[in-house]
Design a protein around this ligand. Structure first.
Ligand code: PLP
Length: 453
């Protein structure tokens, strides 16, 4: 076992292929359904918004997918990312557990999101697309895609959830530095945005709403395609580089993980960390996977496992997933990247099959964990990431009670340098814990159209 603070791979040791969990699932992933007909969608149905190569990856049953050289070249700017042993946090907690965290905050945009932004921009560039449209919650995805579009010479339009646009002006600046245009959603640039703003004039916006706007923008413009930062299979494939590196790093450290923990918005950083370990679990390895979400947007812990749209306006295919209903508008909590009504279908299937467990936390205990982490390990975590830290710390405290020396691995999805407004609110005692009322969740779930049949 290592006593190093960091386990570093060389650039040559970076994985050259992504891992696709689809062929290893306990049962096949049910198809996406066409929003108009309710029939399984075909690759052709997806081509108006995605280039062929990404559509192929979305449906691929290949276990391994080569990472193009052009993508590896950009990845090398920050990858392989370090795996840290949180020695000082362990000492502070007085736990016998060994805590590791995989640090995705070292990317240019400060999170795991460039892992998929870069290949998405690349495949669009190769297909002759000149502009990408997207949505962003906290601004992490928008900044990642802006960076990636800049790297490949593409224009980029970002629909940013209104509450984040005003809470996080510096994320907007980052996107603009990397050459993007950014609008607070709902906007009056799209029919979906106009209709939504007319119905809910004071709405803080939502990721589902912003997705509707970006998809509409892509569909209406020949030169433009859409890019999604989470949820879809191809995004989870790209993020697998996180878990593949972690596996190698844990081997180097002489470790076998007992628990992997990550936060879940749409599910991409969690799936990226965990999926490469899923075959080990299915073969009998007693490893646990813990997905963490906010109590204000409790998709896994209180949602329904059913077909639903990925966006508010109902433009996307319907996917079988855990969902709070596409009309659900979560409150404007500070972890903007976790405010999504659904969860990745691949991840949802594995939660439904009980391969992965889920838990929810309110904001205040999450920020307490963030402060503990910042005061011991130094890095100030993103509010989203702090959900994972809360669960990781709780697992370590459980070990303190039982005396077990478990190996806990936390997905450190991003830093919180641009989240100071949220930290100020916490330090000033102004953060409210919010549990979404069950009746409102039931109402949103009941509004989901019954497809198929
Ligand atoms: C730092 C960070 N972590 C996690 C998330 C949640 O997204 P996902 O569940 O796709 O990893 C976000 C989303 O914006 C984020 O910015």
């Amino acid at each position: 076992m290592t006593d190093s603070y960091k386990i570093i791979l060389s650039e040559k040791e970076m994985p050259q292929q992504w891992y696709n969990v689809q062929p290893d699932l306990p049962r096949p992933l049910p198809p996406y359904l066409h929003p108009g007909t309710g029939k399984p969608i075909t690759p052709e149905d997806m081509l108006p918004i995605f280039p062929m190569e990404l559509v192929k990856q979305e449906m691929s049953q290949d276990r391994w997918i080569d990472i193009p050289d052009e993508v590896l070249d950009i990845y090398r700017l920050w990858r392989p990312s370090p795996l840290h042993r949180a020695v000082r946090l362990e000492k502070f907690l007085k736990t016998p557990a060994r805590i590791y965290y995989k640090n995705e905050s070292v990317s240019p945009a400060g999170s795991h999101k460039p892992n998929t932004a870069v290949p998405q921009a690349y495949y669009n560039k190769v297909a002759g697309v000149t502009r990408l449209a997207t949505e962003t919650g906290a601004g992490q995805w928008g900044s990642a895609l802006s960076f990636a579009c800049q790297a490949f010479g593409l224009a980029c339009t970002v629909y940013m959830v209104k509450v984040s646009f005003y809470q996080k002006p510096y994320r907007r600046s980052m996107m603009q530095i990397w050459g993007s245009e950014v609008f607070p959603s709902p906007t009056d640039r799209t029919e979906a945005g106009k209709a939504f703003a007319a119905k809910y004039p004071d709405s803080p916006g939502s990721l589902g709403m912003a997705i509707s706007e970006a998809v509409e923008d892509a569909v209406k413009h020949e030169d433009t395609k859409y890019a999604l930062g989470s949820v879809l299979n191809h995004v989870l494939v790209h993020q697998s580089i996180v878990g593949l590196e972690t596996k190698k790093q844990l081997q180097l450290a002489g470790e076998k993980p007992d628990v992997l923990v990550g936060c879940v918005g749409g599910g991409s950083n969690f799936a990226g960390l965990v999926f490469p370990f899923v075959p080990d679990k299915l073969k009998g390895d007693p490893i646990r996977f813990v997905a963490v979400e906010p109590t204000s947007c409790p998709t896994f812990t209180k949602g329904a496992y059913t077909y639903d749209f990925g966006d508010t306006a109902g433009l996307t295919p319907m996917m079988l997933m855990y969902t709070l209903g596409h009309s659900f508008v979560p409150p404007g909590i500070h972890a903007g990247g976790l405010r999504y009504h659904g969860d990745a279908p691949l991840l949802s299937l594995l939660v439904h099959e009980k391969v992965i467990e889920a838990r929810a936390y309110p904001q205040n205990p999450v920020f307490e964990a963030a402060i503990t982490f910042a005061r011991t390990e130094g890095i100030i975590p993103a509010p989203e990431t702090s959900h994972a830290l809360r669960a990781g710390i709780d697992e370590a405290l459980k070990c303190k009670e039982t005396g077990e020396a478990k190996c806990i691995v936390i997905g450190f999805s991003g830093h919180g340098f641009l989240d100071m407004a949220a930290y100020d609110a916490f330090i000033g005692g102004k953060l409210e814990d919010f549990e979404y009322p069950d009746s409102m969740i039931q109402e949103a779930i009941c509004a989901i159209p019954k497809f198929p049949g």
